[in-house]
Design a protein around this ligand. Structure first.
Ligand code: ASP
Length: 298
């Protein structure tokens, strides 16, 4: 199951062709992740496979097409967590890694650490042989215009566009991952919730969660872990736990956003306090759907 960000997602505000492109990108990424699972691959590999495709797609605020920071560059954050072992890897503020989610996986599998930042994280990615990219790869004209408009004092659109994935494999193991360019015009090395384990990304034996929205709130309310804790300690269903945190905790405090959450039985939840949340899923019982601009395509 994937998300492609939350925000103001009215069909009227998004041209039909762009809606179709979102639908295609999300559906293809879901199918690619599902194919990994169908072939007996791990949930970790499925999440990475799906998110790499969305990072390469210029429509989303992750990898290519990420928003610009105050310095006019793309600074990327990503995290990946293995629910079976609680191993996790994350990078923040990377500028040269073509697929930050793969750098997160490399941190998880090939380092004794959980979170690497900035130039050090870029250096680690290069040393582990990951594919690198120059600034023009990440830059899209649309994002640059959005940045320029903001600098002229115009309010940016309210579509966030972070990407995330959760998966359950045939061994019953859950995994979660999130990748983002963070907040438009971010300054001073700002890091959001996406690469922070327990905030925007979390997986254990009970559930897997990936969030999107106003990161500062997701950090302060440890959103992803709080959902897992409500399920583990209070016995709430994934739906009840995710809704409680998004609608009764974070939204009343002023934090808008949403999550996708999946439990070990394959139950899904996708609550959001924004007008919309882009999501897409395929399950082993043959169900599949994609939601773009609040129009579900099954
Ligand atoms: N949560 C991300 C951040 O604050 C932004 C987003 O979800 O679009 O960095």
């Amino acid at each position: 199951m994937l998300h492609g960000g939350s925000g103001r997602l009215h069909p009227a505000g998004t041209p039909f062709l762009q809606q179709a492109a979102y639908n295609e990108a999300l559906t293809q990424a879901t199918e690619a992740g599902y194919a990994v699972l169908a072939q007996g691959g791990s949930s970790l590999a499925a999440v990475e496979t799906s998110l790499r495709l969305l990072e390469d797609c210029p429509l989303f605020n992750a990898g290519r097409g990420a928003v610009f920071s105050h310095a006019g560059v793309n600074e990327l954050d990503a995290a990946l967590m293995d629910g079976a072992t609680l191993r996790a890897g994350a990078v923040a503020g990377v500028r040269t890694v073509k697929n930050p989610i793969s750098a997160a996986r490399a941190v998880l599998e090939r380092s004794p650490h959980v979170l690497l930042t900035g130039a050090g994280a870029d250096e680690f990615a290069a040393a582990t042989g990951l594919e690198l990219a120059l600034p023009p790869w990440f830059r899209t004209e649309e994002r640059w215009q959005q940045f320029e408009a903001l600098r002229r004092g115009q309010a940016p659109g309210a579509k966030f566009g972070t990407v995330g994935a959760v998966a359950l494999d045939q061994a019953g193991h859950l995994a979660a991952g999130t990748s983002t360019g963070g907040m438009l015009n971010k300054k001073y090395g700002r890091v959001g919730d996406s690469p922070l384990i327990g905030a925007g990304t979390y997986a254990n034996a009970v559930c897997a969660v990936s969030g999107t929205g106003h990161g500062e709130f997701f950090i302060r309310y440890t959103v992803a872990h709080d959902i897992a804790a409500l399920m583990e300690y209070r016995g709430l269903s994934v739906q009840a736990a995710a809704e409680l945190v998004i609608h009764q905790k974070v939204a009343p405090a002023g934090g808008l956003g949403g999550v996708i959450a999946l439990d070990a039985q394959g139950n899904m939840a996708m609550p959001h306090s924004t007008e919309g949340l882009f999501w897409s899923y395929r399950s082993a019982d043959g169900r599949a759907a994609t939601n773009v601009c609040n129009m579900v395509i099954e």
